[in-house]
Write a protein that binds this ligand. Structure first.
Ligand code: DGL
Length: 290
């Protein structure tokens, strides 16, 4: 681990997404580890992943992970991208030698903690839904899940149409369709999993559209919680002087964030602050090939 100025150690945490939507995960990580060092890569040149095949997603994600570990010194990787987590976690784990955490398992675990009826809804990209990774992770925890691809939501969020009547209507239609499928199968879902980096930005819109009493699980929050636990465990196990900067406090160094993108740095800087709710600062361009 990297020594910090106080003689303790400051872990370098790599966060990867197909674009800047994964900054919702970084935001959740920052709240839990405000004094860690973060390197974020958005593979904006090759976005969207959500409509691509497993083979392509695995290659892109493995190359991105290698950049964060081999060139930026990441000691932990958080795969913020639901699509890469669903289709390429194995490929990423094979490509790098550091602990790798995806968003699917923490998201399913949070759903399992929340659901009383044991029936959940999962919304995500087309590729994530086609992989059935969420439903498998839910089933392993005794839940029944119905999933639905919502391909219109990522472009609407990227367009900035958050509080927009068109977005509210799209959300309403997607929700009523997935609820109909679940009810036709005799299920009574009480939990909705937001299985895509972009959907937490629409949380308020979903909140107004879901049936009364339905809980919304944000996989970004669930993954950040799991990542903070993993980092704390590993760091206290390895360091001579444990890193205490996972918490903010007097004397603790502030967060250090470096952002990289494979394309459109200006767009990243502009839209990224909306996801992070902080200025993303200067974004560095990196070429990972085609
Ligand atoms: N990051 C992707 C996800 O969470 C959404 C954007 C994309 O399709 O690349 O599934």
């Amino acid at each position: 681990l990297e020594p910090d100025q106080s003689g303790g150690s400051r872990p370098v945490i790599g966060v990867f997404d197909s674009g800047f939507g994964g900054l919702t995960v970084l935001k959740a990580l920052l709240r839990r580890m405000p004094a860690a060092r973060f390197v974020f890569l958005g593979d904006t040149a090759r976005l969207p992943y959500g409509s691509k095949s497993r083979r392509t997603i695995a290659r892109y994600a493995a190359e991105s992970a290698q950049f964060l570990v081999n060139q930026q010194g990441a000691q932990f990787l958080v795969i913020a991208c639901n699509t890469a987590s669903a289709l390429a976690l194995d490929a990423i784990q094979e490509a790098v030698q550091v602990p790798v955490l995806g968003v699917i398992e923490p998201g399913a675990a949070a759903a399992a903690q929340n659901s009383a009826t044991r029936d959940v809804l999962v919304i995500a990209t087309e590729a994530t839904v086609a992989s059935h990774a969420y439903v498998a992770a839910c089933r392993a925890r005794g839940l029944r899940g119905v999933e639905k691809a919502c391909p219109l939501l990522v472009p609407l969020v990227e367009e900035g149409w958050i509080e927009h009547p068109v977005t509210a209507e799209v959300v309403r239609i997607y929700l009523s369709e997935v609820l109909d499928v679940a009810r036709a199968a005799g299920q009574s879902p009480d939990t909705l999993v937001l299985g895509c980096t972009h959907y937490p930005l629409l949380r308020a819109v979903f909140q107004r559209a879901v049936p009364e009493g339905m809980r919304i699980i944000d996989s970004a929050e669930a993954a950040a919680e799991a990542a903070a636990r993993l980092v704390a465990d590993q760091v206290s196990g390895q360091a001579a002087k444990p890193f205490d900067g996972l918490r903010a406090g007097s004397g603790a160094p502030g967060p250090e964030i470096r952002c990289f993108a494979t394309d459109s740095v200006e767009k990243f800087e502009r839209l990224g602050s909306r996801f992070l709710e902080l200025p993303v600062g200067m974004v560095e361009l990196v070429d990972l090939g085609g």
